[in-house]
Write a protein that binds this ligand. Structure first.
Ligand SMILES: Cc1ncc(COP(=O)(O)O)c(C=O)c1O
Length: 416
């Protein structure tokens, strides 16, 4: 039995079987089968996730936590079961450390508005990097402006790697917080987060990791990583939109002021004084996104059962193949060839605007993303307005990469 199980685990990913679980992949776009290469923006949803939504609304829709009737109890149990699954998915030490949010953006803002406002003072320093998504730039900019603190930026080298010497140089006794992306959405660079965290901790700075892109591809162990906060979004992990997670170390979350006030986050309310609920509810004001949080569990179970390592092997093979073939196209330059990168390939083509490529590819049913990918500062660093970005998921195939290559060839001939 054990032997059979291990044999199954070692098998290559059955992409055909995987594809059958994603109903949207049967769609045609402009008469052509959909080729979906916009997975870094959001991934498609498997049937189990869609079913979980339908089952909740048709079977046990109720508000959670305070109800004593059966529906409320069922909904509460399903909602809280997601918290346990998330804890396991990222190996947090306790379920109280899992705060449900609307997504990565809200998670980062939560830290900026609570820990940040409590701990960052005039003259203190916050470090981010040149490859951050806007949601890991703007909240820190707002905080630093408000507190007269200083925002410092780690540069990125020509290959798309973080300049770690410069990072070490920027760190100092005034550094209060470092917030860095685990995997770049614009280039696929995998940052050395363990080293980043260790260096920051030596200065007693806390570290926020933006896990929006990493959580779907990499094995996440927040205890091993030793990050103080880790934020990610369900919709990039094959789950629904509108729900995400902020992981935080318990002692930090306990010491932080509340984020939003309202129902759910209180113990006792009088006009004179309010006492707040224990973790994690202290940070979950109001009725949460119950349905999507419940369906998020189905997505995480689906990813775990499929096996992250097998998916990674498959996506890495697609990335290797696409990179080698794209490099043969005259005038094409890949943006971001970091030593460690996954699942994202960004490129520009001489004398051709990325948007024109995107439109012509869409005419062939191929969905790529074009533009600055919410990383305008990175584009500015490379002196480009934007890129064409193809990002891979478990259901993509070599044949689809071939279709992208053919589509590009035709587009370039038409545009030049
Ligand atoms: C690296 C990175 N950080 C943050 C975000 C923001 O995620 P969300 O829009 O789900 O809050 C994204 C989304 O594209 C991202 O790729």
């Amino acid at each position: 039995m054990i032997m059979i199980e291990s044999a199954i685990i070692e098998e290559k990913l059955d992409v055909h079987a995987i594809r059958q679980q994603f109903p949207i992949l049967n769609r045609e776009i402009k008469g052509k089968p959909l080729v979906y290469f916009d997975n870094a923006a959001t991934s498609q949803k498997p049937q189990v996730v869609i079913d979980a939504l339908v089952e909740y609304y048709s079977g046990y829709n109720a508000n959670i936590h305070r109800g004593i009737h059966t529906l409320a109890e069922e909904a509460t149990a399903a909602f809280e079961a997601t918290r346990d699954t998330v804890r396991e998915f990222i190996n947090a030490a306790a379920r109280e450390e899992i705060i449900f949010t609307r997504g990565t953006t809200e998670g980062i803002n939560l830290v900026a508005y609570t820990w940040g406002r409590q701990n960052v003072k005039a003259g203190d320093e916050v470090i981010i990097s040149e490859m951050e998504h806007h949601s890991n730039i703007v909240p820190w900019q707002i905080l630093c402006n408000e507190k007269s603190a200083i925002l410092k930026v780690v540069p990125v080298n020509a290959d798309g790697d973080l300049n770690m010497e410069e990072y070490a140089r920027l760190l100092g006794p005034k550094t209060k917080l470092v917030s860095i992306v685990h995997v770049s959405n614009a280039m696929g660079t995998v940052n050395p987060v363990k080293q980043i965290i260790e260096l920051a901790h030596r200065q007693n700075a806390i570290v926020v990791i933006d896990g929006a892109q990493s959580s779907v591809h990499l094995d996440i162990d927040v205890q091993e990583m030793d990050c103080d906060f880790f934020a990610f979004s369900s919709h990039k992990v094959y789950g629904p939109t509108g729900v995400g997670v902020l992981y935080g170390k318990k002692h930090l979350l306990e010491a932080m002021p509340v984020f939003q006030g309202g129902g759910e986050m209180i113990k006792d309310v009088s006009f004179e004084k309010t006492t707040y609920a224990d973790l994690p509810y202290k940070f979950e004001a109001g009725t949460p996104n119950i349905a999507d949080t419940i369906a998020f569990k189905a997505a995480l179970d689906f990813v775990s059962q499929t096996g992250k390592q097998r998916v990674r092997d498959h996506e890495n093979e697609l990335l290797r193949y696409a990179t080698a073939e794209l490099k043969k196209i005259p005038g094409l330059r890949i943006i971001g060839e970091a030593k460690e990168k996954i699942s994202v390939i960004s490129f520009v083509i001489e004398k051709v605007h990325p948007q024109d490529i995107g439109i012509l590819l869409d005419n062939r049913g191929i969905a790529v993303r074009t533009g600055h990918h919410c990383a305008q500062t990175l584009m500015t660093c490379y002196g480009i307005p934007g890129t064409v970005r193809a990002s891979f998921a478990m259901y993509n195939t070599h044949e689809e990469v071939d279709q992208l290559l053919t589509g590009l060839d035709k587009a370039i001939k038409m545009l030049l």
